[in-house]
Design a protein around this ligand. Structure first.
Ligand SMILES: NC(=O)c1ccc[n+]([C@@H]2O[C@H](COP(=O)([O-])OP(=O)(O)OC[C@H]3O[C@@H](n4cnc5c(N)ncnc54)[C@H](O)[C@@H]3O)[C@@H](O)[C@H]2O)c1
Length: 361
């Protein structure tokens, strides 16, 4: 059982960048349940169906509209709110978009991360910061075994390279400015493809599937044989929260640095396997291989070694793929209902997830 408690967030001030995004909105819901005082910083939600909007987060947390590349604005938010915890999730998060606008991707993901680190450095009172990058930060060699935190960083496409570059900036700040005993404890987290309700991003497999299934269209698959570490969004978020708690504790300095949060090997399946499971649980639907878009520039094989988190944090991914897909489909199905209904369902899924965690002890 993990020795780190999520009760540490109760009553604490948490600044969350990227709160309007998919993972950030789920993290905001979880932090609210833990009794944290949450301020979000990010761009406005992109779609009316985004989790932030359908869960009514606008009226549940303080959200500041702002661009992470604007250091003055970000720094003012830190000065005014004086957070104790920081979770940085704001990013240009899509590989295909990074080919369309590499400059935006690099400035958002690298300069944005630099701005957050600088604001952490300049504002006293911050105990712990968790900076989200990606499994794509590794130099991908199509290994069949998992990447360890110490493996070389890299990235052929602009998104992956921006995440590798952000990791180098984070590591430099930890080594240059956050070594002193009373300085903030800072870690980076690397997770793979996450699934869950309220994600309506373009060119992501689950939103693409739901869009097609809702109007009885065949789902077009770009890279059916690509192998990805799929997991429900609650799995890595639980890891981020445990890590934040560990960083804020008496041995916080020993938890600084990079962490992988991926699924168990049985959840590492192809895009085609995942889509078959989605269709099965939706109850109907079909798919086809999109020959024209095949062999796009995404890598085919990417697996994370999660031993560090398993052993040192006692974090454990517990949802089998079937259960992750079931949560996800249920979450999309109720999105037309009221904000309270959606928020309460997200909250109930977090409770169910924690019960599964506790039952594994
Ligand atoms: N979703 C995944 O499968 C996945 C996988 C690996 C890593 N990640 C990483 O996790 C983090 C969150 O991803 P997500 O899926 O929630 O992404 P998302 O696209 O749903 O959300 C991105 C968030 O960043 C904010 N943002 C973007 N540009 C900004 C800017 N210039 N200034 C301020 N805010 C800005 C958006 O407003 C939004 O709140 C990102 O760092 C992403 O790279 C996600």
């Amino acid at each position: 059982m993990t020795p780190f408690s999520l009760n540490n967030y109760s009553g604490k001030k948490v600044l969350l960048t990227g709160d309007t995004g998919f993972k950030g909105s789920w993290l905001a819901i979880w932090l609210l349940k833990l009794g944290a005082r949450v301020t979000g910083f990010g761009l406005p939600p992109k779609n009316l169906e985004d989790n932030f909007t359908v869960s009514g987060l606008n009226s549940r947390i303080d959200h500041l509209n702002g661009d992470i590349r604007d250091y003055t604005l970000l720094s003012d938010a830190f000065k005014e709110f004086r957070p104790e915890f920081v979770f940085h999730l704001a990013a240009q998060a899509l590989v295909l978009d990074s080919y369309k606008d590499p400059r935006l991707t690099f400035t958002t993901n690298v300069t944005g991360t630099l701005n957050v680190l600088e604001a952490i450095r300049k504002n006293p009172g911050i105990k712990a910061a968790v900076i989200v990058t990606s499994d794509k930060c590794y130099e991908n060699r199509e290994w069949v075994h998992g990447y360890r935190e110490s493996d070389p960083l890299g990235g052929g496409d602009p998104y992956s390279a921006s995440k590798g570059a952000a990791e180098i900036v984070i590591s430099s700040y930890i080594r240059s400015f956050f070594q002193e005993k009373n300085s903030p404890c800072v870690a980076s987290v690397r997770a793979g493809n996450v699934i869950g309700g309220g994600d309506w991003s373009e060119n992501r497999i689950i939103p693409d599937c739901i869009r097609s299934l809702r109007c009885n269209r065949s789902i077009g698959l770009r890279n059916p044989h690509s192998i990805r570490p799929w997991q429900h969004v609650l799995e890595p978020l639980y890891g981020y929260l445990l890590l934040g708690s560990a960083l804020s504790g008496p041995d916080g300095k020993t938890f600084c640095g990079p962490w992988n949060f991926g699924p168990h090997p049985c959840n590492i399946v192809t895009v085609e396997d995942l889509v078959q499971e989605i269709i099965c649980q939706w109850g109907s639907g079909m798919y086809h291989i999109n020959e024209s878009q095949q062999k796009s520039k995404e890598s085919n094989m990417l697996v994370l070694d999660i031993n560090k988190a398993l052993h040192l944090l006692k974090w454990n991914p517990v949802l089998p793929l079937k259960k992750s897909v079931q949560f996800t489909i249920d979450e999309y199905r109720i999105e037309g209902l009221s904000e309270d209904v959606v928020f309460n369902q997200r909250s109930a899924h977090i409770d169910e997830y924690m019960n599964i965690q506790l039952s594994m002890v």
